[in-house]
Design a protein around this ligand. Structure first.
Ligand SMILES: Nc1ncnc2c1ncn2[C@@H]1O[C@H](COP(=O)(O)OP(=O)(O)OP(=O)(O)O)[C@@H](O)[C@H]1O
Length: 237
């Protein structure tokens, strides 16, 4: 399993009315479990936390390492090892069709075209996406695109898979397919989700609240903590 370390990570952004808006306020955690879920309210900082893991977001202060590789200094290598599945599949699917996208992901593993084509077909079959593989990605439904984006990232066989709200667009059957797929993956998987059932599948769950890790532990307790947090009157009211 990989070892992900966040050490004193602060992420600040500059907004017109807030020159030093704190999106993450000093996050420290070592993630070694195979499946880690990140839950929390809208805007709490979950996506930002996940984006740190493959260098899509750089810490303003502190460091993030994956197997001792620094996500900023060794960003290119980290991105080869850490696959990232975006919430919006269209920010990810860069080729006209799903098959081409999956084949693109496989170019590093299979230099030979025939091997690449066969491997792409195997990945597409795993998600029952073969019949949709040659359609324009713009003609696919949101859920089909989401599965296609996951297939394309998995094709590259990353050591760590990071998924930002992977089940948002999926119907019940495809959500179950996603759950089975994540449960069966040999690599480390870190995902954010508003789907609390999906969160319960993890071995460890982080609850993010207002840019900080408010709870870190067993998923069932994390879900209880999050429910209590949501039930508590907000400070703003
Ligand atoms: N680059 C940025 N510039 C300005 N604000 C940002 C930036 N990145 C994140 N934020 C703000 O930081 C907060 C946390 O954003 P983030 O996307 O991490 O939240 P989230 O927990 O994933 O939310 P959701 O559940 O709605 O997807 C939000 O208020 C967001 O608007």
């Amino acid at each position: 399993m990989s070892r992900i370390e966040l050490d004193g990570v602060r992420v600040a952004v500059t907004l017109e009315d807030q020159p030093d808006r704190q999106v993450l306020k000093g996050v420290t955690a070592v993630l070694t479990e195979q499946r880690v879920a990140v839950i929390g309210a809208n805007g709490s900082g979950k996506s930002t936390l996940l984006r740190l893991l493959n260098g899509l977001v750089a810490p303003t202060d502190g460091t993030v390492t994956v197997d001792e590789l620094d996500t900023v200094r060794d960003g290119r290598t980290v991105r080869q090892r850490v696959g990232f599945v975006f919430t919006d599949p269209l920010s990810q699917l860069v080729m006209p069709t799903g098959r081409e996208d999956v084949e693109l992901s496989l170019r590093r593993r299979h230099r030979n075209r025939a091997d690449r084509v066969a491997a792409a077909q195997a990945v597409l079959d795993r998600f029952a996406l073969g019949p949709l593989a040659d359609q324009s990605v713009y003609e696919l439904s949101g859920g089909e695109r989401q599965l296609m984006a996951l297939a394309a990232v998995l094709a590259a066989d990353p050591d760590v898979l990071v998924l930002d709200e992977p089940s948002t667009l999926l119907d019940l059957r495809n959500r179950e397919l996603l759950r089975r797929t994540l449960a069966g993956l040999p690599q480390q998987v870190v995902y954010s989700t508003h789907d609390l059932e999906l969160a319960l599948d993890a071995e460890r769950a982080l609850v993010v609240d207002d840019g900080a890790i408010a709870f870190d532990g067993a998923p069932a307790e994390a879900v209880d903590f999050y429910r209590a947090l949501c039930a508590a009157p907000s400070e703003a009211t």
